[in-house]
Unconditional design. Structure first.
Length: 175
């Protein structure tokens, strides 16, 4: 079976229905479009490596579900770029602004309690100027090659300090 436009056109309504059924009603049109695009990409990859699936409808359904799961997992960690307005933008809500300031205060307090060169290193990484590794290494008087391992050690210390002060957020429900 070749994948010409007629096969693609017969799969298009099934993909739209499956994607719409898989994503929650609160999901925006962009997420639905992203899911459909990801499934089409998987189909092209499948065609290039393994040829056409024996049962296109079953393959499409399984792929939509897998991609929707992947999308839900990654959306928890995704943040908008600084130029994009966030749905829960702290600027629009005084409570969120207060919470953001409190989180920043707690982070900077924990950074000041780090051992050795860690406060200066993490402070440089958090700087609003968005310094490069070369600039940070020059500022701190250390080699650029030792910056990565030192950063990892400092972040580990920071994680331990923050974990002892803040209870981890438990994920609730499905997702």
């Amino acid at each position: 079976m070749t994948y010409d436009t007629t096969v693609i056109e017969t799969l298009r309504p099934l993909l739209a229905a499956e994607a719409h059924a898989e994503l929650p009603a609160t999901t925006g049109r962009a997420d639905l479009d992203d899911l459909e695009q990801a499934v089409w990409l998987r189909l092209l990859e499948h065609l290039g490596t393994q040829g056409p699936p024996p049962d296109p409808a079953a393959w499409l359904t399984a792929t939509v579900r897998a991609e929707a799961r992947r999308q839900r997992r990654t959306s928890v960690r995704e943040r908008p770029y600084s130029g994009e307005p966030a749905a829960d933008a702290p600027e629009s809500d005084p409570e969120l602004r207060t919470l953001a300031r409190e989180q920043a205060r707690a982070l900077h307090s924990a950074v000041r309690r780090l051992p050795g060169r860690c406060p200066r290193l993490i402070g440089a990484l958090l700087a609003p100027q968005d310094l490069t590794y070369r600039e940070i290494a020059g500022t701190l008087g250390m080699s650029q090659g030792s910056l990565g391992p030192e950063r990892s050690r400092c972040l580990g210390c920071l994680r331990r300090i923050m974990a002892s002060e803040v209870a981890p957020h438990a994920r609730r429900g499905k997702g």
